[in-house]
Design a protein around this ligand. Structure first.
Ligand code: UDX
Ligand code: ADP
Length: 458
């Protein structure tokens, strides 16, 4: 089949993989190739065991793979033959020099820009898909402006708003698609080409356009606002635990105000994931860079409350369990940063595990999809840890269970049987408020939710 256009995506990660699979599914007239420097990852994309766990993803990949969706490591040919290039390589936080610990490390990004420049034999549209600091497109344009005279690169920003675990439904039915471009003739033409791709399945009124900088900034701000809601409700959960208030009741009462809204008000052990912390720190760095220390401090407090919430969780465990965890077996229900994903990047479970091990507790970790990542996260950490797939077995003989991820499976377990198998007095720390606390208390557990009065037998 002759394809209308050839799309290349550089970076086969959580963003690039699912997004390209969806474009391939909805746009059979385009050839979509995804390349990555990581050959193992590419082999997984070509296998039955995809490198990321995402409900519904396999179906989409199966329908399109080797039809109009291809995964390989041939960056050179990919760049040469493509008309449109999405760049979704990772942009980790910088670990050295200016902006260390805050600014985005753009070395992979710049290396990619230089490769595109070197290998291209025709004009192309280059699309920023990774979340990047504002003005990265400008830097990219500057590098790409050194092209041969007859080759023109037009840079667009098209941030991805999908959340892990719901990637396929978010991609199928997005709240909005944002396309940022230069307001020049060639910028607007490129913008229209990208809009046309999305129009294959997204309502036209949900596809919005903006200038490049607004588009880049909107992605950072969207994540900062979402994270801010979680830190706001988590800060209130601390106050609820000191009083007789119940954070779920408070969230419900405020969420019914349509101006506030109900979503993203679940108090928890804190937010994790590859985006929130990184993007806020990025925003903080930008504010500092542009001489706005008050604004920087405001957004930094969102991260600080998130750290406070995780520390508070550990302190609550320690206090409840008679101020010593040494030699006690603690079962962690869940390690992923949220349910329905195997991803553990920035998961609060990592910090909590390390702190529990420092207290010399023994850990039994269970998770339906993240045990492989959990093992590698805790690889060089000293202490006794076992990884057990089945939650009932993992909790067997433990002194306490801590629910760290809101997997559905934890709601339906036989807690009577689990209780009988545990050391007494048995404790449950529900870091996600997903269990029936009264029922657990009646079984005999001492129950410690987030932002609600504890239910204890002593
Ligand atoms: C986020 C954004 O939602 C998405 O738009 C963006 O593209 C990438 O970053 P993601 O990190 O996949 O997506 O997950 P999200 O559902 O936003 O959850 C982030 C963290 O917040 C998780 O650890 C989750 O458990 C936590 N969370 C979320 C809460 O603690 N309480 C809530 O009410 C909601
Ligand atoms: P995200 O969550 O933003 O998708 P990931 O870390 O999951 O980030 O994916 C980014 C991918 O980009 C990784 O698979 C990594 O190997 C790949 N990558 C990084 N640099 C390059 C490069 N120069 N060329 C091709 N792929 C790259």
């Amino acid at each position: 089949m002759e394809f209308k256009k050839k799309i290349l995506c550089i970076g086969a990660g959580y963003v690039g993989g699912p997004t390209m699979a969806m474009i391939a599914l909805k746009c059979p007239q385009y050839k979509v190739t995804v390349v990555d420097i990581n050959a193992e990852r590419i082999a997984e994309w070509n296998s039955e065991n995809l490198p990321i766990y995402e409900p519904g993803l396999y179906d989409v990949v199966e329908k399109t793979r080797n039809v109009n969706l291809f995964f390989n490591t041939d960056l050179e040919n990919g760049i040469k033959e493509s008309d449109i290039i999405f760049v979704s390589v990772n942009t980790p936080t910088k670990e050295f020099g200016a902006g260390e610990g805050m600014a985005a490390d753009l070395q992979y990004w710049e290396a990619t820009a230089r490769q595109i420049l070197q290998l291209s034999e025709s004009s192309k549209i280059i699309i920023e898909k990774s979340t990047l600091p504002v003005k990265t497109a400008l830097a990219m344009e500057r590098i790409l402006s050194f092209s041969k005279s007859d080759i023109h690169f037009e840079v667009l920003s098209n941030p991805e708003f999908l959340a892990e675990g719901t990637a396929i439904s978010d991609l199928t039915n997005p709240d909005r698609v944002l396309v940022g471009s230069n307001e020049t003739e060639s910028g607007l033409k490129a913008r229209d080409e990208l809009v046309e791709i999305y129009s294959n399945w997204v309502d036209r009124d949900k596809i919005i356009t903006a200038n490049l900088w607004s588009s880049e900034l909107s992605k950072l701000v969207a994540n900062a606002f979402l994270a801010q809601r979680i830190s706001s409700i988590n800060s209130i959960s601390a106050l609820c635990e000191k009083t007789d208030a119940d954070v779920s009741e408070v969230a419900n009462a405020i969420g019914m105000d349509s101006r506030i809204g109900k979503k993203f008000l679940n108090a928890s052990i804190g937010f994790g994931g590859s985006c929130f912390k990184k993007d806020i720190l990025n925003l903080v760095y930008l504010c500092q860079y542009y001489g706005l220390p008050e604004v920087a401090e405001y957004w930094l407090s969102v991260v600080k409350i998130n750290e406070f919430q995780q520390t508070r969780f550990i302190m609550n465990m320690l206090n409840a369990m008679f101020n010593t965890l040494a030699g006690k077996k603690i079962c962690l229900f869940g390690f992923a940063f949220k349910a329905d994903t195997g991803d553990t990047r920035e998961s609060p479970a990592i910090f909590i595990s390390k702190k529990l091990l420092e207290e010399r507790a023994e850990l039994r970790i269970t998770d339906p999809g993240a045990l492989k990542n959990a093992k590698s996260d805790l690889e060089n950490i000293e202490g006794k840890i076992s990884y057990i797939k089945e939650p009932g077995k993992a909790a067997y003989g433990c002194h306490a269970i801590a629910v760290l991820t809101e997997w559905e499976v934890y709601k339906g377990l036989d807690y009577k049987e689990i209780y009988k198998s545990m050391e007494q007095p048995a404790f449950i720390f529900d870091g996600r408020n997903i269990l029936d606390h009264k029922k657990l208390f009646d079984i005999g557990f001492n129950v410690f939710p987030i932002g609600k009065p504890a239910l204890t037998h002593f």
